[in-house]
Design a protein around this ligand. Sequence first.
Ligand SMILES: Cc1cc2nc3c(=O)[nH]c(=O)nc-3n(C[C@H](O)[C@H](O)[C@H](O)COP(=O)(O)OP(=O)(O)OC[C@H]3O[C@@H](n4cnc5c(N)ncnc54)[C@H](O)[C@@H]3O)c2cc1C
Length: 391
Amino acid sequence: MTVMDTPERQNLRAEVRALCQKFDDEYWRRCDEERAYPDAFVEAMTGAGYLSALIPAEYGGLGLGITDAAIILEEVNRSGGHSAACHAQMYTMGALLKHGNAEQKRRYLPEIARGTLRLQAFSVTEPDAGSNTPDITTFAERTANGYRVTGHKNWTSRIEQSDLLMLLARTSPRADDPARRADGISLFLVDLREVRAHQPEALEVEPVRTMFNYATNQVRYHGMEIPADALIGTEGKGFRYVIDGWNAERILLASEAVGDGYWFIERASAYAREREVFGRPIGANQGVQFPIARAYTQVLAADLLRVRAAELFDRGEKCGAEANTAKLLASEASWQAGNVCLDTHGGNGFVDRFHVERKFRETRIYQVAPINNNMILAFLGQHVLGLPRSY
Ligand SMILES: Cc1cc2nc3c(=O)[nH]c(=O)nc-3n(C[C@H](O)[C@H](O)[C@H](O)COP(=O)(O)OP(=O)(O)OC[C@H]3O[C@@H](n4cnc5c(N)ncnc54)[C@H](O)[C@@H]3O)c2cc1C
């Protein structure tokens, strides 16, 4: 028995699964076809309190840990859905909980927990910086009342579906000293309702169509004014706060990939049992059966490591090696399982009404974003194995 198998967590899993079953394959296929945001699903998840899993009970959240949040996101993907529509609220919550001040928490957390405010957007990546976040140039310049933000982010997802935005911007230029390259970056919690109401021209959002249904955008900040109390924690320390959230993010992301992996295995197995060619189920052929079984071993291994990482995280212990490894293994395992599921379905794997091609496109993201697997390997090489910094 693992920490995920307690009666409470089995209950949680069953409840999330029951909710997700109301949003069937056709629902997700239609959203994908229309590139529509799955509003009804996000509303249902919010109403059930699942997106506030990490918000402490004193603010109206479920007051749960990463292990529980991992179960929730895994179940979303395992049901055939895609957590991307709503996971940011969990990914970013750590920064607000750990580094936000009492007033920010009092002002925002109860409303997020009630579902009247959405925190679904995180604006970090820039065209000229890419994976090298310290190279960002979006600048928040001090004004009499706060900051004026100017810059260009090339991947800010769900900003149009969100009321609040976590924004990473420079408040002083990058230092020449490589050891201080991440200094001078600050984290802000921006109330987008205020921006939209009073300075709509300061926020330019250009939707980007991607290979799957992902509400992502190019965003330009044209001197966007934000109040001084939008700053999270201490000015100049924002990148540190983001790094603090990385283990949680890796574990949650691994959980989504694990959910996809099991979906592929279940669909591939079911199809291989039912589909008959040459007078017998295709699953009776080793050439079909063994790839499914092998993919299963990889998903299961990634699953267990992700459970271990979540357990350590919730105990407040170091889990960088486990969380990063789980993310890498899970993203590769889900991709491998997706490939096998597609092969198993033959031509039907390419047909949208079988839903495999959609999940296949969706699961590819886990190797790339929010963190690329090369960066995971760089972390393991440098921080776990003590090798020289490679970048
Ligand atoms: C659908 C989608 C949604 C996204 N949503 C958001 C969002 O909401 N907010 C946000 O801030 N960002 C978001 N991102 C951005 C995502 O986090 C970035 O794509 C990612 O950080 C990598 O940056 P890049 O795409 O510029 O790749 P690059 O940094 O240009 O990297 C390109 C390739 O080179 C490799 N590479 C680069 N440097 C090295 C090195 N030193 N060693 C080894 N390999 C290296 C990378 O691993 C990668 O394979 C999203 C991306 C996608 C695709």
